[in-house]
Design a protein around this ligand. Structure first.
Ligand code: K1U
Ligand code: ZN
Length: 174
């Protein structure tokens, strides 16, 4: 297992639509394991492959509460089969948008089809935090960040701050 570097917005690689995987083979399983190690170390409760520079449709997550046993989940080629009419508002964060949080409105309940770590096709019904995190991570696969759900004013303010902090920490003239 290896801990991978996480890309930070406004990195253009975060805005690219990721490609479907042919099948969950040894390479994809290794990527899933490395992403889980990276997510737990961050720490985070979800991670999408584009955040670690891999443009493939793979996400990992674990929404177990503090004190509960770990419950890692790996999803390849996740597809939304159904979303509820009812919405839910949840405060979101993102490892690629460090230190910024905002309320995002999304469907409250979803049904998703995906391939698991053993390449088996599965469906999951989710609500609450799990539904929020799955939708947030699936957005990453289409180059969408949670800040894209905010007003232009709020998004641009956050992007300006991230660009400024990158300049001061790396000396980059972005
Ligand atoms: O960067 C990511 O996509 C991961 C992100 C997932 C997420 C969190 C909250 C709402 C929607 C999606 C994070 O994990 S941010 C960090 C975080 O929320 C957290 C970290 C440690 C403990 C509990 C939460
Ligand atoms: Zn994110």
């Amino acid at each position: 297992m290896a801990k991978l570097p996480i890309l930070v917005a406004p990195d253009p690689r975060l805005k690219v639509k990721a490609a479907r995987v042919e099948a969950v083979d040894g390479d994809i399983r290794q990527l899933m394991d490395d992403m889980l190690e990276t997510m737990y170390a961050a720490p985070g409760i979800g991670l999408a492959a584009p955040q670690v520079g891999q443009s493939v449709r793979v996400i990992v997550l674990d929404v177990a509460r503090d004190g509960e046993e770990r419950a890692p989940q790996c999803l390849a080629n996740p597809e939304l089969l159904w979303v509820s009419d009812e919405d839910n508002v949840h405060e979101e964060g993102c490892l690629s948008v460090p230190d910024h949080y905002a309320d995002v409105v999304r469907p409250a309940r979803i049904r998703v089809r995906y391939r698991d770590r053993d390449n088996a096709v599965r469906t999951v019904e989710a609500d609450g935090l799990l539904a929020t995190v799955i939708q947030h991570e699936m957005d990453h696969l289409d180059g969408i960040l949670f800040i894209d759900h905010l007003s232009n004013l709020k998004r641009n303010m956050i992007l300006r701050k991230l660009t400024k902090s990158r300049k001061t920490t790396t000396g980059d003239a972005l």
